[in-house]
Write a protein that binds this ligand. Structure first.
Ligand code: EPZ
Length: 430
């Protein structure tokens, strides 16, 4: 496995594009099994998690093909509705195959999912929701079995607006024999994108983006073409990098309204942020302001996935900032590694207190999950000296051209493969 080597202290300047959204493409790939046809998903980034989703589809009997950023999935024949454990353990999003596979095949079997270690990641809300629309779900020894019972749809209230549970239920209910009303639904942009794709397949869904989603069951769906939305968390990552390196950057192919909460926090730090259509322009202040209290919340609140990036940025704030992580129990793993670089952070439970320092210093650090790993990279870009980031497999799960994009903005960053320097290469494989 490679490490990332960064020579920091250079302000990022210039313009770069933003990849398609990982957290949109993953449920949409799961949704392709809902029809006996072929779908084309455009804007599909080259990510480990996407490769895993395509492997799951192929194990089930689908034929997948990638041409550039377009992925074609022929789901005419599904031979197996049991997903191999090794693939389930690779990522959290694999659980969203439960609803789609059960609706298509009448049954599905899989182990509990893996994914970033952010604390316990139960699937009780998924299971409760599926049961409430007439799917029989049993759990035994870390394995979940589902099969359609009366499958008549129903009224479902989520105790927490879970993104994955909302997606699972939307997909399963598309082929139920009645109407489903989901309340306290997640409102993330990825939910709206999934509704858009499902309706192109012939589903009858309304209300995504609000806390009440209605799904009228239909007898069958057909293949569709769709371009996924831009990745709002990658955009947030790049903006935090620009802000903490004292740079001036422009991002293209974004949806600014998807990260309104992040843009508001960046402005509070003193950065100049302007949006023009699909572009976001940021000019860093000479010194970042601290943020008295930042609390992660379900959308449209401040996204938990951007918490590590903003925490890294606030290590250079003038004064003391406080971050409260309300979504996950253990999402401050990056803080210890940031302290190796000279940051002054104290964490207690779901609270991190960040006392701003004047500079960070390059160090050898270890990524322990996806967004925390990205936070270490952007800290390395701002730090004086050389930073080496290990555990890069975590970063590969969610970032496609991170190094290339940072190089395009003037960063000195490269992959180092066991003693050799290699530039960012893309293999054309799936
Ligand atoms: C999605 O995960 C995203 N992943 C996560 O992004 C993101 O952090 C999260 O939503 C919140 O926005 C994908 O879309 C692939 P949840 P998901 O269900 O669906 C608890 C990244 O970095 N919960 O909204 O797993 C759960 O433990 C990843 O790209 C239950 O208790 O998130 C957590 O505390 C990380 N029971 C909270 O709800 C359940 O059945 C939010 O989880 C389900 C969830």
């Amino acid at each position: 496995m490679y490490t990332i080597e960064i020579t920091g202290g250079r302000p990022l300047c210039g313009s770069t594009r933003v990849q398609g959204a990982k957290n949109s493409v993953l449920p949409i790939l799961a949704a392709t099994v809902l029809c006996e046809g072929t779908s084309v998903i455009r804007g599909c980034p080259y990510l480990e998690d996407v490769a895993c989703a395509l492997e799951i589809l192929e194990c089930a009997g689908c034929k997948c093909r990638r041409e550039g950023d377009a992925v074609t999935v022929d789901a005419s024949v599904i031979r197996k509705s049991r997903i191999p454990d090794a693939l389930m353990h690779k990522m959290r999003s694999s659980i969203t195959f439960l609803g789609a596979m059960t609706a298509r095949c009448g049954k599905a079997e899989m182990s509990f999912p893996g994914g970033c270690e952010l604390g316990p990641r139960p699937i009780d809300l998924h299971i409760k929701a599926l049961r409430e629309i007439g799917i029989r779900v049993t759990e035994k020894g870390g394995c979940v079995r589902a099969e359609t019972g009366d499958f008549a749809g129903g009224r479902v209230h989520l105790d927490f607006p879970s993104v994955g549970a909302t997606e699972n239920l939307m997909m399963a209910a598309t082929l139920s024999r009645g109407e489903t009303v989901l309340t306290n639904a997640a409102k993330e942009p990825e939910i709206c994108d999934l509704q858009s794709f499902l309706n192109k397949m012939g589903a009858r869904i309304s209300g995504a983006g609000t806390d009440e989603i209605r799904i009228e069951g239909v007898s069958r769906l057909h293949g569709a073409e769709h371009r996924v939305i831009p990745d709002r968390i990658v955009a947030a990552t790049y903006l935090c990098a620009g802000a903490m390196t004292g740079g001036q950057i422009e991002l293209r192919e974004t949806e600014p309204e998807h990260i309104g909460a992040v843009l508001s926090v960046l402005r509070d730090t003193g950065a100049q942020v302007e949006t023009h259509g699909d572009r976001i322009r940021l000019k860093a202040p000479s010194r970042l302001n601290a943020i008295k209290l930042l609390r992660t919340m379900p959308y449209p609140g401040f996204p938990t996935d951007a918490q590590a990036l903003v925490t890294a940025m606030l290590t250079l704030g003038e004064g003391t900032s406080m971050v409260e992580e309300t979504i996950f129990e253990n999402r401050f793993k990056h803080c210890g590694e940031l302290c190796r670089m000279g940051a002054d952070i104290t964490t207690r439970g779901r609270i991190a207190v960040i006392r701003g320092v004047t500079h960070l210093t390059g160090a050898r650090v270890e990524a322990m999950e996806l967004r925390g790993g990205a936070a270490l990279v952007i800290a390395g870009l701002a730090a004086e000296g050389v930073t080496e980031v290990r555990g890069t497999a975590h970063i590969d799960r969610g970032y496609d051209t991170f190094l290339e994009d940072m190089q395009a903005l003037g960063a000195s960053i490269m992959k180092r493969e066991a003693g050799a320097c290699i530039c960012q290469k893309r293999d054309e494989g799936i």
